[in-house]
Design a protein around this ligand. Structure first.
Ligand SMILES: Nc1ncnc2c1ncn2[C@@H]1O[C@H](COP(=O)(O)OP(=O)(O)OP(=O)(O)O)[C@@H](O)[C@H]1O
Length: 295
């Protein structure tokens, strides 16, 4: 999708660069026609909106500064904006830009016409193998892209996935994501002096997303996450023991179970790398090559 106008994250006070690049546009609420509410989150509301000059439809997320402050999540939001605005992938929700006024912060987001995936999952109870594999493959590709940019999502779950107009999955909510360069810099000052084990720890950290994708794959196929229990303490125990069980119903193929078992491995270095996941027979045989589940 080509935007008629460039929407970039911007500092309202941004000046022309030394190279003489033009000053970026500052967004205001007046640039948008606001439509119906799409939903509400912890810190504000999301509305469908149309950018007046381009007619481009977006989702405008309105967050109240007072609530962000109260919950001490301003730092997290800043990181989310910084990370998400630099990512460009068909399966990652675009963050086109942001602006603010005295009371609110506004995020200009890509509009995901088919809404939340977890509602679909609730409706269907569980997904077919073709649908699950198509979703898992598209998420693996998006995460390979993120990891290549040293971004780890760390919070992959159905609630953070939206569905685009063509049925394509969009990873949203980068609130818990980290840019591993940031961590490395804060830990050691400069990258050049990093020993191999610390360079490796980046890969190591990225494996949290492989685990979460394994949990998600299980939940797609069975309708519930694998380590669910009545008490939190039991869930903890089951996770730590990797107490993975495959119930007889719904019937799930041995190939799908094999893939899940290779992702939900305690030793982070032994989890199936995402590029290998894409070559796994269950993915190859079931995922739609277009990357889109068409129902
Ligand atoms: N880009 C979007 N396109 C379409 N619908 C959206 C979009 N972003 C959010 N929504 C809808 O608005 C609801 C609220 O979104 P929001 O991101 O504020 O909250 P949340 O992720 O549910 O909660 P939290 O405040 O915990 O992050 C979502 O559940 C979804 O239904």
């Amino acid at each position: 999708m080509v935007m008629a106008i460039a929407m970039e994250s911007q500092q309202p006070q941004q000046k022309a660069s030394a190279e003489g690049a033009t000053e970026k546009k500052r967004w205001t609420l007046g640039d948008f026609d606001i439509g119906k509410p799409l939903g509400r989150g912890k810190f504000g509301h999301v509305y469908i909106a149309r950018e007046k000059r381009s007619n481009h439809v977006v989702a405008l997320k309105v967050l109240f500064k007072s609530q962000l402050k109260q919950s001490q999540v301003e730092h997290q939001l800043r990181r989310e904006v910084e990370i998400q605005s630099h990512l460009r992938h068909p399966n990652i929700l675009r963050l086109y830009g942001y602006f603010y006024d005295q009371k609110r912060v506004y995020l200009i987001l890509e509009y995901a016409a088919k809404g939340e995936l977890y509602k679909e999952l609730q409706k269907c109870k569980y997904f077919t193998e073709r649908r699950s594999a198509t979703y898992v493959a598209s998420l693996a590709r998006a995460l390979i892209y993120c990891h290549g940019k040293h971004v780890i999502h760390r919070d992959i779950k159905p609630e953070n996935l939206l569905v685009g107009s063509q049925g394509e999955l969009k990873i949203a909510d980068f609130g818990w994501s980290v840019h591993t360069f940031d961590r490395r810099r804060t830990m050691c000052g400069t990258l050049d002096y990093l020993p191999p084990e610390m360079v490796e720890s980046v890969e190591h950290d990225a494996s949290v997303d492989i685990w979460s994708l394994g949990i998600l794959c299980y939940e797609f196929l069975y309708g519930v996450p694998p380590f669910e229990a009545e008490e939190h303490s039991d869930t903890y125990r089951r996770i730590l023991q990797v107490d993975l069980k495959f119930p007889p119903k719904p019937v799930v193929s041995a190939a799908a179970k094999d893939l899940i078992s290779q992702m939900l491995v305690k030793d982070t270095s032994k989890r199936l790398p995402l590029h290998k996941l894409l070559e796994h027979p269950w993915i190859v045989q079931n995922a739609d090559p277009s990357g889109v589940y068409r129902g």
